[in-house]
Design a protein around this ligand. Structure first.
Ligand code: ZN
Length: 591
């Protein structure tokens, strides 16, 4: 290896090292805790995997012949497990059972049925690309949910768990949901086969009592009039049953219980409105949960909000529990207030990107490369301004003659010797240059396009280029240029390496497209504008919708980055790292 190659690698490596060092000061790469989200089969809302480590898909059931598994809405389960492609940290389990789901007692009663059922669990794990099975039999020996039961259920449950573990093997997850009283199951017997236990610390009361109080009593011994059970008591019950704290998650409800007159029995957090006339909102200082009460202080609606959920997450950390669980994802509001706070409290954002970053390959095998920057001044002033700053930015990266950057204005030279073509503000305009660029890309060329270089509408008249970008046209833009909260996606991709889950991008104009780029299965979306930005803009306002800003069309070696309007684009280190990652990937990644 010659010195210039070492220089090239060192220059790029040092830039990456800066953020690796910052990251090294963070705690362990493994998540300190887990977040188990129940996701049900009915809603159409797709969970955001950055807010969780595990999904329990609800539900599968014991089939009518007591010897297999029946899954509700199989196609939704397929789409849930497909989330793992872009979220390699995510584990997806099938939860079998749920309130009122029966036939467990009959199935578990005979060895033949237990074995057949366990074999079928193994089949669905393989067939649906699952990470395990979550057992939700509510509850062995109890017919409270209107299901059959037998005094032998507890003994048979242990036998069943052994069969399922044997069938799915030691590497898959086997977990269960347990009610707050920790009854019904012989925990010392089943624990060796279980990865962890989810404690359903909710439905512990209905008006006039809280749904899910954290405590019943304060340190001075005062008791809340609205509660008998509590989440703290539920955890203690499970510790008393012999389960170590590292195998327990605390379940949290994203819903409340109403009095059935003023409010329905179940009220999702997203449907929670201000108290009705004559009622008012209160905070129970002992139980550490909010509630609505009438003028005489009678509890009419007990629920959880950001404050109580935050305190429960703190409880999980203080107690050293494995993590948190919640029922269920779609109860949260569209802003994701509860699911976001749970993720922020229990799984530090870094985990998401650190887990997913592929191994660095600084082995020095990389070749020196050659790039061309093509731009024009015959464009909007702010776009030309960005192009000139891009020239400075990329020139700086050639320090030590690590690689070559040629710059060409208004004309596209022969491209065959270039590894990457950078277009900061415009795509080729005359027919000869367009043909040259098409041939170059169709033969494996690399393209890094910014902002105006991707702008296309009916007037562009270049179908190949439209398809190359992903098959969509300019729909609208935000104006004036302003900073925006960017959500990084696709953490296993080299272009997002070492990026945080979110960052604030410096002021730029942002384009929205139609049809939605995400509808093209060939695209990998790498970043999008977070929904909190909306409404965005003062003159040209975008009110919502999907808003991808960085992607690659997997049919080509290309990355498009929507940023690049005006003179602030290169003022942010995080965003600069994204640009360098993209250049590096295009330069060194040859199919
Ligand atoms: Zn612009």
């Amino acid at each position: 290896m010659n010195k210039t190659i070492i220089g090239a690698v060192a220059a790029l490596t040092m830039l990456s090292m800066l953020s690796i060092t910052a990251q090294a000061q963070r705690p362990a790469r493994k998540p300190a805790r887990i977040v188990v989200a129940y996701v049900t089969s009915n809603p159409t809302v797709m969970p955001d995997p950055s807010r969780m480590t595990h999904i329990n898909y609800a539900f599968g059931h014991v089939n009518d012949t007591f010897n297999g598994v029946r899954i509700s809405n199989e196609s939704r389960l397929h789409s849930i497990t497909a989330l793992k492609k872009d979220a390699p940290w995510l584990k997806v389990c099938l939860s079998i059972g749920g309130w009122g789901s029966g036939r467990f007692s009959e199935m578990a009663a005979t060895e033949e049925n237990r074995k057949a059922f366990a074999r079928d669990c193994a089949r669905v794990v393989t067939e649906f690309d699952l990470d395990g099975i979550d057992m939700d039999w509510e509850y062995p020996t109890s017919s409270a949910a209107g299901i059959s039961s037998s005094p032998d259920d507890t003994k048979n449950f242990t036998l069943l768990i052994k069969e399922i573990r044997a069938a799915i093997g030691p590497r898959k997850l086997l977990t269960m949901a347990s009610p707050s009283n920790a009854r019904f199951v012989d925990f010392p017997e089943v624990l060796p086969y279980m990865d962890f236990i989810n404690v359903m610390a909710y439905d512990m009361g209905r008006p006039p009592r809280h749904n899910a109080a954290l405590y019943r009593q304060d340190e001075a011994g005062n008791t809340s009039p609205f509660t008998r059970g509590s989440a703290d008591r539920a955890i203690q019950n499970h510790l008393d049953a012999g389960i170590p704290k590292e195998k327990l998650t605390l379940g949290m409800p994203l819903y409340g219980h109403g009095d059935k007159k003023n409010y329905p029995d179940y009220v999702d957090f997203k449907d929670m409105a201000a108290p009705k006339e004559g009622l008012s909102e209160h905070w129970d200082e002992i139980a550490r949960v909010p509630y609505y009460a009438d003028s005489e202080g009678n509890l009419m609606l007990g629920y959880d909000n950001v404050r109580s959920i935050t305190e429960k997450c703190q409880y999980i950390k203080d107690k050293g529990l494995l993590g948190g669980m919640y029922w269920e994802y779609s109860c949260d509001n569209p802003e994701g207030d509860l699911t976001r706070v749970i993720a922020a409290e229990l799984i530090p954002k870094r985990f998401v990107s650190a887990q997913a970053v592929p191994k660095a390959s600084y082995a020095g095998k990389e070749k020196r490369f050659k790039a061309l920057l093509y731009y024009s001044d015959k464009v909007e002033e702010a776009h030309a301004q960005f192009a000139h700053q891009a020239i400075d930015f990329f020139k700086k990266l050639t320090v030590g003659d690590g690689w070559t950057l040629d710059v060409s204005k208004d004309k596209l030279p022969d491209l065959t010797s270039y590894d990457v073509v950078i277009m900061p503000d415009v795509m080729p305009w005359n027919a000869a240059d367009r043909t040259r660029f098409e041939e170059y890309m169709e033969n494996g060329g690399g393209w890094l396009g910014f902002h105006g270089a991707g702008y296309n509408d009916a007037s562009t008249g270049w179908d190949w280029f439209k398809n190359f970008l992903g098959g969509f046209s300019f729909l609208c833009n935000t104006w004036p240029p302003q900073p925006a909260l960017v959500e990084v996606e696709g953490f296993d991709h080299p272009v997002t390496k070492n990026l945080p889950a979110r960052y604030v991008a410096p002021a730029s104009e942002f384009y929205q497209w139609q049809p939605d780029p995400r509808s093209n299965p060939d695209l990998r979306i790498l970043a999008s504008l977070a929904r909190e930005n909306f409404p965005m803009g003062l003159k040209d306002i975008v009110f919502g919708g999907d808003f991808p800003v960085v992607w690659t069309n997997t049919k080509y070696r290309m990355v498009y980055i929507n940023m690049g309007h005006g003179d602030e684009t290169f003022t942010d280190a995080t965003q600069n790292l994204l640009f360098i990652n993209a250049l590096r990937w295009l330069a060194f990644h040859k199919p």
